[in-house]
Write a protein that binds this ligand. Sequence first.
Ligand SMILES: C[S@@+](CC[C@H](N)C(=O)[O-])C[C@H]1O[C@@H](n2cnc3c(N)ncnc32)[C@H](O)[C@@H]1O
Length: 274
Amino acid sequence: MAAGETERDYVLGTHDEEIERLGLQHRVWRPRVLDAWRRAGFSAGQTLLDVGSGPGHATFDLAEITGPSGRVVALERSRRFLDALESVRRRRGFENVEGREVDLDEDDWSGFGADGAWCRWIFAFVKRPRALLSRLHGALRPGGPLVVYEYLDYSTWRLAPPSPEMEQFVRLVMESWRASGGEPDVGLNLPRWLDETGFRIRSLRPILDIVAPSDDIWQWPKSFLEIGLRRLVDLGRLNADRAGELGGAFAAREKEPGTLMVTPAVIEIIAIRR
Ligand SMILES: C[S@@+](CC[C@H](N)C(=O)[O-])C[C@H]1O[C@@H](n2cnc3c(N)ncnc32)[C@H](O)[C@@H]1O
C-alpha cells in the first residue's frame, strides 16, 4: 500500500500511531466529554451510537454508562479501526458493544430508534455533512439527544508569542482536509443545519484553552503536530526538510520559558431530535 493511500483511508490515516494518538486525545478530552454526556442525559439501559467511532476510545466509556442492560453501536468506515475496537471489546469483555463497518457518506444506516448519539470530529471529514445529519435524525428516537464536538475555528491553534512555522503547519492541515472534501470549521454551520434537519439546539459551548507545555492538555496538539508533519509529507503536501524545520521550531519553542499555546476552537453542541 503506497504511503498516504487507502484501506478505506482518510486524510489523517488509520495507522497504529494514529490509533495511539486518538487514545491520548480521548484521555485529555474525557473529563469534558463525560460532563457533556451527563448533561445530555446519557444513562444506563440506553442504546447509544458512536458515529465515526475510530478505534473506539469513547465507545467503551459510553458502554460503561449504558451498562449491560443497554448497548453501544460504533459506526466506522476503517476496517483497521474496527479491528482495534473488536480486540479491545474481547479483551475487556464488553458484550454490549458492536462495531459496524459503515461509510457515513454512502451507506444507509438509519432506523436504530437510538436513545442518544455521540459524534466527534466527523463532520469535518465527511463529504456530505447535511446528509449525515439527516441520517442521524432518522437513527434517533424523538427526544433523543445528539452530542457533537467539532472545530469552530481551527486557525485559533497558535503559539503565543506567534510562530510562523506553527502557522504554516496549521494552514497546511486545513488545506489538506479541504482537499479531501472536508471542512475544518464545519462547526460554524452545524447549528443552522441542525435546526433545518429537525433538531432543537439545547446548548452551545465554545471550548478553547491557553496552555503551557507543563499542562496535560499540551500533549494533545503536540501529538497531532508530530504525526501530522509526517502525514503531510506522506500526502505530498510538505517536503521532508521543511517538515524537519517545522518540528524543530516547535521543539525549540516548547523549551523556551513563557511559551503558551492556544488550542483550536471546538464547539460543543447538545441538540435534541424533534
Ligand atoms: C478524527 S477521527 C475521530 C474518531 C472518534 N470520533 C474520536 O473522537 O476519537 C475521524 C474518524 O472519522 C472516520 N471517518 C472519516 N470519514 C468517514 C466516513 N465517510 N464514514 C465513516 N467514518 C469516517 C475516520 O475513519 C476516523 O475514525
